[in-house]
Design a protein around this ligand. Structure first.
Ligand code: GDP
Ligand code: IMO
Ligand code: MG
Length: 433
């Protein structure tokens, strides 16, 4: 009997999950996504190619490994087809090693319209959604009116689809949303709908399974399973900076409901953090830098969204947020990515705690969005050297090792590995493996 190991983001997403899952895949037999959908953008780089995945797990380039889209994930058939075709151009036939849960919910075109309508209605309070239909599709799931992947082969699918679409159009009307002017990828709703319906054929070419049975069978046979998170813990629907969050459970608990595994079957929980911090979209970000340092982080770190191309907000690493994430997830191992972005900095800072209304705290307050938070910093000497070519942890510059040791100490979780470039080959494991 084996357990499901988990790899997830500890910040506001884009920590480098895709890259690390790709690197870890050789150690596993099955890679499974458990939540989120096309709002995710997971970047993999190897052999001079750069590839971004949205719905498909990041183990897909390893042809001998099985990838699973779990029941907790949302699938948008058009985007999915685009991903399958992009993989085919790289000689990867996903139909061979990708299994899809029949219970995964579908994003229909009007979910995407409603995402835009909701954001428009929120005005200044808009979340900065990726506009992929995530919120509305999870809303329908919870409201028990959603459509699932397994439904596409049922006779009444089209009828149910039309009913749901009708309800969405009613809502858009109530929100005074201009449906006629709405476009998805330059297409009207009717044009996009046709494309969406055509994309169903791609979905049907895949093995649609009861993934909860499959995953539990794998565990019973002692096969190694890795669960790949999307977004980050600070975007979690319950514990993130609500309402500036995504609509799924992005934490370890989400693995249980998103794959159908019992809590006792969770093994290691590997959490990823950047050596600094980014956020895309609206919402609190206490350590955000509005100065030249923030601009440098953005530029050197190429901090532009892998899904939307928006520039990411940048700042120093936030220990109260990181400790909170480690607590919620039960993180056993830490991956630190992108310290190379800080190579030229004279000094590097770490927010150790917050000052809120004159009081020191290391907790995330309920009033996260509304109270002024003054981050308090510890300052570290920069390492002022390139990390290129370094293969052993002990050969990392001393100043960087000091920084990492302080991080370990602060969150009470050991660093398992450090990533020093976007490329698959540049991950340095502390124990050498
Ligand atoms: P994900 O959503 O967590 O998979 O992360 P994204 O792919 O959205 O964003 C991470 C970005 O950082 C991608 O462009 C990666 O290629 C890049 N990246 C990952 N690890 C490193 C690293 O160690 N150093 C640098 N410089 N870039 C990295
Ligand atoms: P990966 O998996 C960073 C953010 C959006 C927005 C909020 C809600 O690549 O780390 P949604 O479309 O889910 O309704 O948007 O969450 N967001 C992400 N930010 N990385 C992501 O995914 C994200 N997925 C959603 O910017 O603020
Ligand atoms: Mg991303």
């Amino acid at each position: 009997m084996s357990k499901v190991d988990v790899l997830l983001g500890l910040q506001w997403g884009d920590e480098g999950k895709g890259k690390i899952v790709d690197v870890l895949t050789p150690q596993y037999e099955v890679i499974a996504r458990f939540q989120g959908g096309p709002n995710a953008g997971h970047t993999l780089e190897f052999n001079g190619i750069k590839h971004v995945l949205h719905i498909i797990p990041s183990g897909i380039f390893h042809k001998d490994k099985v990838n699973v889209i779990g029941n907790g994930v949302l699938i948008e058939p058009c985007i999915f087809r685009g991903e399958v075709e992009a993989l085919r151009e790289r000689d990867v036939d996903a139909t061979r090693n990708l299994l899809i849960s029949k219970k995964a919910h579908l994003i229909i075109p009007t979910h995407r319209m409603l995402d835009a309508a909701n954001e428009q209605a929120k005005g200044n309070l808009r979340i900065g959604s990726t506009l992929k239909g995530i919120g509305p599709a999870y809303t329908d799931k919870i409201a028990r009116s959603g459509l699932r992947v397994g439904d596409i082969v049922q006779d009444d699918f089209r009828e149910r689809y039309e009913l749901l679409k009708y309800q969405h159009l009613q809502t858009a009307f109530t929100l005074k949303f201009d449906v006629d002017s709405f476009r998805i990828d330059g297409l009207t709703l009717a044009e996009y709908e046709q494309k969406w319906l055509d994309s169903m054929a791609t979905l049907r070419a895949f093995k649609l399974i009861d993934s909860e049975y499959y995953i539990n069978q794998c565990l019973a046979e002692g096969r190694k399973v890795l669960a790949e998170g999307a977004q980050g813990s600070m975007l979690d629907i319950d514990f993130g900076s609500y309402p500036f969050v995504t609509s799924s459970s992005t934490i370890t608990a989400g693995v249980c409901s998103g794959l159908g595994v019992a809590p006792s079957k969770i093994g290691r929980v590997m959490g990823i953090t950047k050596a600094y911090c980014t956020r895309v979209g609206a919402g609190p970000f206490p350590t955000e830098l509005f100065d030249e340092t923030g601009a440098r982080l953005c530029e050197i770190g190429h901090e532009y969204g892998a899904t939307t191309g928006r520039s990411r907000r940048c700042g120093w690493i936030d220990l109260p947020a990181l400790r909170y994430s480690c607590m919620l997830n039960g993180v056993t191992d830490l991956f630190v990515t992108k310290p190379d972005v800080l190579n030229d900095f004279d000094e590097v800072k770490m927010c150790t705690h917050y000052l809120i209304e004159g009081k020191e705290t290391d907790r995330i307050p309920f009033e996260y969005n509304s109270v002024p938070i003054e981050p308090q910093y510890a300052t570290f000497k920069g390492w002022k050297q390139s990390l290129q070519g370094i293969a052993d942890f002990d050969n990392l510059p001393e100043a960087l090792r000091t920084y990492l040791a302080a991080l370990e100490q602060a969150v009470q979780v050991p660093v398992l590995a450090v990533s020093i470039s976007p490329d698959r080959k540049d991950v340095i494991f502390k124990n050498g493996k």
